[in-house]
Write a protein of this length. Structure first.
Length: 202
């Protein structure tokens, strides 16, 4: 499953309330992970941000993932696999995990999936479980001191992704640095520039 498909699945869970049917199914999905991390069977009474992150990946993701019900244990796995990026080393990437340190004590307290990174506005948007006792989107400044770091995840490439990467690499479409620049309309003048760049590249 590519990122766009996986993101659609995450979006479908937004609004799920703690103790509700979707939350119960998230916990049930987590408990299907084999081997079950630390042989601990989760319940609806547990803090569930890491449970959510693990469960949705187990259901819809593919490839490596640091399955855990604990943020700190999840990061231990990621660091051992060389998949962890500390805050300041990168701004993260859509589809990655982002960890928070609310208490600023050097220990991660919360985790969510990055939906998109907007460098122009200097903010990141996430989808998180157990945010105000529900699955919810969050906007947070990239420079926020509570961002602890990121864990890199891999997704299958879609044809659209490959096309966008090719157009960017060959400087045919450069965008304006915003998260939604690919979906914005263009003028005929901009189209002429794109066609001229395409002619030069080919």
């Amino acid at each position: 499953m590519n990122w766009n498909q996986f993101c659609d699945k995450l979006i479908s869970t937004i609004g799920a309330q703690e103790g509700g049917l979707t939350h119960q199914r998230i916990v049930e999905e987590y408990n299907k992970i084999k081997p079950l991390p630390r042989n601990y069977k989760a319940s609806v009474n547990d803090p569930w941000c890491a449970i959510y992150a693990s469960a949705v990946w187990h259901q819809w993701g593919n490839g490596w993932f640091p399955y855990e019900c604990s943020c700190s244990k999840m990061l231990e796995i990621a660091k051992a696999a060389a998949k962890f990026w500390p805050a300041g080393a990168t701004n993260g990437h859509e589809g990655w995990l982002m960890f928070y340190d609310w208490e600023r004590d050097g220990s991660p307290d919360h985790v969510g999936y990055i939906k998109d990174v907007d460098k122009r506005l200097g903010r990141v948007r996430t989808i998180e479980g157990n945010y105000s006792n529900q699955v919810k989107e969050r906007y947070i400044p990239l420079a926020d001191y509570r961002i602890y770091g990121f864990v890199e995840l891999q997704y299958e490439e879609s044809e659209v992704t490959r096309a966008k990467e090719w157009a960017t690499k060959n400087r045919i479409i450069l965008g304006d640095g915003t998260a939604d620049s690919w979906t914005k309309p263009i003028t005929r003048e901009q189209l002429a520039v794109i066609l001229a760049r395409y002619h030069q590249a080919t």
